[in-house]
Design a protein around this ligand. Structure first.
Ligand code: DP6
Length: 392
């Protein structure tokens, strides 16, 4: 009898925010980077993608593989998505060849349904969580014995930063040197439990879609920036080394200095791109000044800012320094969505800020996200595809 069963598997995957940034491809086709990078995986209680992968011989063949993202059909014909499908299917086909009793899932159309628990347009790293969930969900469906590090090789081809979202805690993406990319993969530097006090306060400065995509921005930087060469040969290797030591020693002052310097270095190479690329805006720069004021008032480094390819500020701090860090921002922005009462303990005192800085933040920040370091992808039995194959 023909197998018309609908096979399903679901996972959630986290967002990660780099403290040593990936910026630049040495091979755009295989998505191989010009430098290693390191990130903190953020808690899925606050930011996560939930993806169900399903396949069935009963799915209409002309439909082919499909993806429904936040309720909208999403194009899967792009080279990066196709590379992920191809790699995962090849691994499943190898299992089926070795054990003919296995159902032939590799021959069936895939139907994926995916949802974020945060606005996609907030300029957060949704592609990282999205591709990590995509790859992990299909790997679960196919029952692949692959480790997270092996899956990171596949997710990397979807979006570079996605390879780091296959792990929780503190995660490095090693650039590797093999021309085929076989050693350009992620590994866990330390689990979340090693330094569980790490918190992140995100100031969403714009809900608008970013101007220059990271994919295109980094290509322009590689092609035109002289400063970029210094970054990849000297600055990043030193920052990777210092950052791994800071994490091993749970040394926040060192972690913070590398985080801020590396963000500044990355944005300097954007400014040195010709024509220049500006991801940070006046609100971002005001956030930097506010973090500096908070650190000066504390008499030590209690907060660290970092910015990706957009204006949002991510501010890392330790739970025990909540009072010293969060009060200043709560005082200014307390009326916005996103504050959590239990993460505000003792955060009553505020540092006086320059009037222009305070005004920019008050006018330019649209919402807050409070979160912290978290775990890697989690298998779940919450399905976005019903047993009969219809999107739930
Ligand atoms: C600034 O991973 O989005 O966030 O590989 O082209 O998909 P593609 O790029 P992407 O770039 C992320 C750049 C960054 C820094 C980082 O996350 O390390």
């Amino acid at each position: 009898m023909a197998d018309t069963k609908v096979y399903r598997a679901s996972t959630t995957a986290p967002v990660n925010i780099a403290v040593v940034k990936y910026w630049g491809k040495r091979d755009p086709k295989l998505n191989l980077p010009t430098n290693s990078s390191l990130s903190v995986t953020l808690s899925q209680a606050d930011l996560r993608t939930l993806t169900t992968a399903s396949c069935s011989a009963a799915y209409p063949a002309p439909e082919g593989d499909s993806l429904l993202l936040n309720g909208e059909p999403s194009d899967v014909s792009g080279a990066r998505t196709q590379a992920c499908f191809r790699e995962l299917r090849a691994r499943r086909a190898a299992l089926e060849a070795a054990d003919p009793s296995l159902p032939k899932l590799s021959t069936m159309p895939l139907r994926l349904v995916s949802e974020n628990n945060f606005p996609t347009a907030a300029g957060l790293a949704s592609s990282a969580a999205g591709f990590a969930a995509f790859v992990r969900a299909i790997a679960n469906l196919y029952e692949l014995p692959a480790s997270p590090s092996e899956l990171s090789l596949i997710a990397r081809q979807g979006s570079g930063s996605a390879c780091r979202s296959l792990f929780g805690g503190y995660v490095a993406w090693r650039m590797g040197s093999a021309p085929d990319g076989s050693d350009s993969r992620a590994d866990q530097v330390a689990p979340a439990s090693h330094w569980p006090e790490m918190r992140a306060l995100i100031l969403v400065a714009s809900a608008a879609k970013k101007g220059v995509s990271s994919t295109s921005g980094m290509q322009q930087t590689v092609a035109t920036s002289g400063l970029f060469r210094e970054r990849i040969t000297t600055v990043v290797p030193e920052n990777m080394d210092k950052m791994e030591k800071a994490i091993a020693a749970r040394d926040f002052a060192a972690f913070a200095e590398v985080t801020m310097r590396d963000s500044n270095s990355f944005h300097a190479t954007c400014a040195d791109t010709y024509p220049p690329i500006f991801y940070m805006n006046d609100v971002s720069r005001a956030a930097i000044r506010a973090v500096e004021a908070v650190n000066a008032a504390a008499g030590r480094t209690v907060a660290a800012y970092t910015f990706d390819a957009g204006p949002n500020a991510v501010i890392y701090y330790l739970e025990q320094d909540t009072a010293a860090v969060v009060g200043t921002f709560y005082h200014l922005l307390g009326g916005l969505d996103g504050w959590k009462a239990d993460s505000l303990k003792g955060a009553q005192s505020a540092v006086a800020l320059d009037e222009a800085v305070a005004g920019l933040l008050q006018n330019g920040v649209s919402r807050i996200i409070m979160t912290g370091v978290g775990e890697g992808p989690i298998k779940t039995d919450e399905y976005l595809v019903a047993e009969d194959g219809t999107p739930a």
